[in-house]
Design a protein around this ligand. Structure first.
Ligand SMILES: [Zn+2]
Ligand SMILES: [Zn+2]
Length: 355
């Protein structure tokens, strides 16, 4: 079934994390984290209209400069979501440059600091006209169970993980849409017209049970039909895809509960897998996941495909061991992330050179 969103993890399992997601029915794209973005050219960077940051540790945020550089090509607004103090970090990046030549430009960055614990969000605007100094922030109540962003056709939700600093996991979920069975339409002798959209609206947004619809006939004229019967015969619900992304967090019971709730039933789960269980002490010290933890969380949540990333460089040359431990916990095969332009196999470990 056709996917509305196409995710591309930009780097291999040892690379600094960045997930690029293209909307296939528009020119827009989003980024989840800004680690190593060097595989994105300017054209693809310019499609990015939203960024979702897990947290601002350097390995997740240093690529923001490359993104910022590309933005100077066009006048536009980009929205950036992240944990509390993200606006401070973005402001810090912006203060690092001299902006005396862009006063006539219309480039804006809108930063939304999300605080699920306090059920609040805070929006700060940075505009080229003001040399990217922050405008006064506005703060409002926000129910963290509600989506962070709703595009109409898909929505983005979050949960806060503990990483000795707040770290946000995200799910990007397509909304229910329906297609029309053209064969049945012909069989019933019905002519497609505005009534089809009315039927879809009733099906998707409620009220179908008691509704009657005037339906156009191929033979001419119209006929009144119960909408529920038409929907049952004509409409084909499309599969809704759910993409999940989590990095970084402690392998703790608290994080497990939040993650399982957020990612339940995900079609594809990208997850930080820093350490092997044998290095549990290191994982606990730096508040990172272990491969066994990730595998069992994904299994408990009923994830369909699991793609581990953010392996500690101590396992360079031993990635198969990390993948094997994740697979044992998950009970199924896991996706091997391969950097764009490389093939699976030996190339996957070529990052040894750059690590
Ligand atoms: Zn981190
Ligand atoms: Zn990290």
């Amino acid at each position: 079934m056709r996917m509305l969103l196409r995710p591309e993890f930009l780097n291999g399992p040892f690379g600094d994390p960045a997930l690029y997601i293209r909307e296939l029915n528009s020119a827009a794209a989003m980024l989840v984290d800004c680690g190593d973005l060097s595989r994105l050219g300017t054209t693809r960077l310019l499609k990015v209209s939203r960024i979702f940051l897990s947290h601002c540790h350097i390995d997740h945020f240093f690529g923001f400069d490359l993104f910022l550089r590309a933005q100077m090509a066009v006048d536009r607004t980009t929205t950036i979501y992240g944990p509390p103090e993200t606006s401070e970090r973005v402001g810090g990046k912006l203060r690092g440059y001299t902006w005396n030549l862009i006063g006539d430009r219309n480039i804006e960055l809108v930063v939304v600091d999300l605080d699920p614990k306090a059920s609040r969000k805070r929006t700060t605007r940075f505009h080229s006209r003001s040399r990217f100094l922050p405008a006064e922030a506005s703060e409002e109540a926000w129910d963290p169970r509600q989506p962070v962003f709703d595009a109409g056709t898909y929505q983005v939700s979050t949960a806060e993980l503990y990483h000795r600093t707040p770290s946000l996991a995200y799910v990007i979920e397509e909304k229910l849409t329906v297609g029309v069975n053209a064969g049945v339409l012909r069989e019933l002798g019905l002519r497609p017209a505005a009534w089809i959209n009315a039927l879809k609206r009733l099906f998707l947004f409620g009220g179908i049970e008691s509704a009657m619809l005037d339906v156009t006939l191929e033979a001419g004229g119209s006929r009144s039909y119960p909408a529920a019967e038409l929907a049952r015969r004509l409409l084909i619900p499309r599969q809704r895809h759910k993409i999940a992304y989590a990095t970084d967090g402690a392998a703790s019971a608290g994080n497990r509960g939040k993650l399982v709730d957020l990612i339940r039933g995900a079609d594809l789960f990208f997850c930080e897998t820093c350490f092997l269980e044998e290095d549990r002490a290191l994982a606990d010290e730096t508040k990172h996941f272990t491969a066994a933890f990730v595998g069992s969380v994904a299994r408990e949540a009923g994830v369909k495909k699991l793609a581990p990333f953010h392996f500690s460089k101590r396992y360079l040359g031993r990635a198969d061991e990390v993948i094997a431990e994740v697979s044992r916990g998950f009970g199924d095969e896991v996706v091997r992330l391969v950097p764009a332009g490389m093939k699976d196999g030996e190339e996957i470990w070529e990052e040894k050179e750059s690590a």
